[in-house]
Design a protein around this ligand. Structure first.
Ligand code: IMP
Ligand code: MG
Length: 193
């Protein structure tokens, strides 16, 4: 575990974070497998399209697809939100849109973490404008206590407390996406060491 590794904060100096394990790679694999089984059962015979939100959900998407037992089309969106590093503000825009037609299809949004819910609310409302048959949400993690708008995952890996997590595709300042496990981070300078 790379405890207390230095991470550039993007404004020229390094910040130190302590990493504490939250989910092992085995626990993640088992959550992902059961989500894939459920989705395979529910969407059999349907025209399914996964819309993965970049970048945080890329690893979750690829493992989910590997376990899927039905055909699926895959597309990606990238959203920019104007907030702080740890909080999504009200202003969200699409910087990379989907490329596949989704009219009449069954769309499942693949997201890493639901926090305020604003990102998913924005994307779901926008995808609905293209007249898909359905739009549902699959999220690996959910910080339910942080919700600011009414949105729920239709498929959820696990609810977590209000902690900032990294690993398994999820970053802080573009670092730690490569970790096979999910850890929560505590800035070392916020601890009384
Ligand atoms: P929301 O719009 O507030 O629900 O924010 C969701 C987005 O915030 C997720 O797609 C993540 O990119 C990011 N996010 C929320 N919590 C965390 C976290 O603990 N670690 C890293 N990114 C997070
Ligand atoms: Mg994200």
């Amino acid at each position: 575990m790379p405890e207390g590794a230095g991470v550039s904060n993007g404004v020229g100096h390094m910040e130190r974070y302590r990493l504490t394990p939250l989910l092992t790679s085995e626990e993640i694999a088992s959550l992902v497998k059961s989500l894939a089984d459920q989705i395979s059962k529910d969407y059999r015979g349907r025209a399914l399209v996964f819309v993965c939100i970049l970048k945080g959900a890329f690893m979750f998407l690829s493992d989910l697809v590997r376990h899927l037992q039905i055909p699926v089309q895959i597309d990606f969106v990238r959203l920019a939100s104007y907030g702080t590093e740890t909080k999504t503000s009200g202003t969200i825009e699409i910087t990379k849109d989907i490329e596949l037609p989704i009219e009449g299809k069954d769309v499942l949004i693949i997201e890493d973490i639901i926090d305020s819910g604003r990102t998913l609310q924005f994307l779901r409302d926008r995808l609905i404008l293209s007249n898909p048959n359905s739009v549902k949400i699959c999220a690996l993690l959910d910080k339910k206590a942080r919700r600011e708008v009414e949105i729920e995952a239709d498929y959820l890996g696990k609810e977590i407390d209000n902690v900032f997590v990294v690993g398994y595709g999820i970053d802080v300042n573009e670092t730690y996406r490569h970790l096979p496990e999910i850890c929560y981070v505590t800035p070392v300078d916020q601890e009384n060491e």
